[in-house]
Design a protein around this ligand. Structure first.
Ligand code: CO8
Length: 276
């Protein structure tokens, strides 16, 4: 593992640990960083001896979603701004690829939430098998697509109702309302909150989650764990795949009209903000 990289990758004790490492931007990721995350998750899938892939973060926010200052989104050359080719590449292909990689990951996929999770990153967390959080009072999940001229991404139009029920999913998606950590915990999206531990740092929380993950699969028969994951996942295959393809086409239609680009610029200039 090397310092100074945007996303860190390490394999230890049969777990691949992927760490979002852009804390000064609240781990908001630009297009290249989301693609890097996709490549690292793909690499984790190919690791021969691992049982689990743990996605953790740094600082006070798990991830603030897409970076609204990403030049690839807001400073696009005029001839590309409304171009089908550009948005098929930068939006459709990348989102489908990332969603598919998370959905079809063959190891146990785990997220350790050190703070809020937003947008496309929230969608990826909702595709994880297990979710742990540092303290439910410090965490929320925000799917702010209705505020950004976007539609559901990363299969959230199916994962949120699967994991939270129809009513919460509607509130979250239609009105871009944050779902509190307390609700995420009560509704079962969070497996365990570590609030009682009162961790002094994200690193201490990450270490505890890592140790607990390793402890959980010790002495179990690994092929059965992974086969059970496949069996469980098969129940959502149709839902995720169809949601993902419907979502990107609706989203794409907005990008070629320039709608999200304008909303992202307004967000960067603080002309609009999210309900928190
Ligand atoms: N992108 C870039 N910078 C960000 C982002 C972001 N998404 N979020 C926060 N930051 C930066 C802020 O600009 C600020 O920087 P600076 O200190 O230099 O001014 C710093 O992080 C701290 O932010 P705040 O002062 O706002 O901290 P708060 O604790 O008050 O608020 C929030 C934290 C709630 C996270 C708030 O910053 C926020 O609402 N951020 C926007 C979140 C957002 O809208 N993300 C996009 C979601 S949509 C998505 O992910 C799908 C997009 C699909 C794109 C596909 C590619 C084509």
């Amino acid at each position: 593992m090397s310092e100074g990289e945007d996303i860190l990758y390490e394999v230890k004790d049969r777990v691949t640990v992927i760490t979002l490492n852009v804390p000064d931007k609240l781990n908001a990721l630009n297009g290249d960083q989301y693609l890097l995350l996709a490549k690292l998750v793909e690499r984790a899938n190919e690791e021969e001896d691992t049982v689990a892939t743990l996605i953790q973060s740094t600082g006070r926010c798990f991830s603030a979603g897409a970076n609204f200052k990403d030049k690839g989104l807001t400073k696009v050359e005029p001839e590309k701004l409304f171009s089908h080719e550009y948005w098929l590449d930068k939006f459709v292909a990348r989102n489908v690829y990332l969603t598919d990689l998370f959905h079809n990951h063959t190891k146990v996929l785990i997220a350790a939430l050190n703070g809020p999770v937003i947008g496309l990153s929230a969608a990826l967390v909702a595709l994880c098998d297990l979710v742990y959080c540092i303290d439910e009072s410090k965490v929320f999940l925000l799917a702010p697509f209705s505020n950004l001229g976007l539609v559901a991404e990363g299969a959230t139009s199916s994962t949120l109702f699967l994991r939270l029920g129809w009513s919460k999913a509607s509130e979250a998606l239609l009105f871009a309302r944050p779902i509190s950590g307390d609700d995420l915990n009560k509704m079962g999206l969070i497996n365990k909150s570590y609030a009682d531990h009162k961790f002094q740092s994200t690193e201490a929380f990450n270490k505890k989650v890592f140790d607990d993950v390793v402890y959980q699969f010790q002495n179990l028969y690994t092929p059965s764990i992974l086969a059970n994951k496949q069996l469980l996942k098969a129940n959502r295959d149709m839902l995720i795949n169809s949601a993902s393809s419907r979502e990107v086409i609706k989203g794409f239609n907005n990008w070629v009209k320039g709608i999200p680009q304008t909303r992202f610029m307004q967000m960067a200039q603080k002309d609009i903000q999210h309900k928190l």
